[in-house]
Design a protein around this ligand. Structure first.
Ligand code: MN
Length: 234
């Protein structure tokens, strides 16, 4: 069997320390909305609500290898490109209706990611009651650092998450401030969709989201997991 047009490539993300440069293949990118109280408040919400989800296409991934600076093109149509630093959970074993108590068995690893957002377009869509896709699901909207196998890192409540722009701290929090914990996210997500190996979950961003412009360099870090650097280019 052959394909009638060129087949899309499999999107993948580098794995820290992998022998032979093996990579993690990406199936879907799920994102959790408003999962830190202070960020929910800065977006005009109460800070406490049931978790909700949106998706980015897999090929929105922009791999940002440790020690390198990945180039992200300033996207079209927007005048307000926002950064959202997030802990990313990589699913290694699929399932549906996964109980929170069993959820961590499905986690293959972790990474730091950026949920880049065309905020002006997202806000326009929100006002009109339309889908967010144009604000969240554009090309290169998901820069992500190397994935670290879960056995090789410890992610706990005190784990720091941070984003700097041009060397100044813009976002700083801890994973313990997630409204919905990682097991709870997996439980709720897998009630709505069948999870499968290769799924990534962006777990939400803390407060401090703001706009970046061409020439800015973003450095994101989750302690014990890794870091990434992205430069915005014209
Ligand atoms: Mn986000």
């Amino acid at each position: 069997m052959a394909y009638v047009i060129p087949a899309p490539r499999t999107v993948s993300v580098p794995v820290k320390g992998a022998a032979d440069g093996d990579e993690f293949p990406v199936r879907r990118i799920y994102c959790v909305g408003r999962n830190y109280v202070e960020h929910a408040i800065e977006m005009g919400h109460t800070g406490r609500e049931a978790p909700f989800f949106f998706l980015k296409p897999a090929d929105a991934v922009l791999p940002a290898r440790e020690g390198e600076v990945a180039a992200m093109r300033y996207p079209s149509l927007t005048k307000s490109l926002h950064h959202e630093v997030e802990l990313v959970v990589a699913i290694g074993t699929g399932g549906r209706c996964i109980a929170a108590e069993r959820a961590m068995d499905h986690v293959w690893g972790y990474a730091v990611g950026l949920d880049m957002t065309r905020r002006d377009l997202q806000n326009d869509m929100k006002k009109q009651g339309r889908p967010w896709c144009i604000g969240k699901g554009f090309d290169q909207a998901a820069p992500i650092g190397a994935i670290v196998p879960a056995a090789q890192c410890r992610v706990g409540p005190e784990t720091a998450i941070e984003l700097k722009v041009n060397g100044s701290v813009r976002q700083a929090s801890t994973i313990g401030k997630l409204i919905w914990s990682i097991p709870e996210i997996i439980e709720q997500l897998s009630a709505a969709w069948d999870l499968a190996p290769g799924d990534l979950i962006f777990t939400g961003t803390p407060e401090g989201v703001a706009a970046v412009v061409p020439g800015d360099t973003l450095e994101a870090r989750v302690d014990g997991v890794g870091s990434l650097a992205v430069k915005i280019v014209e």
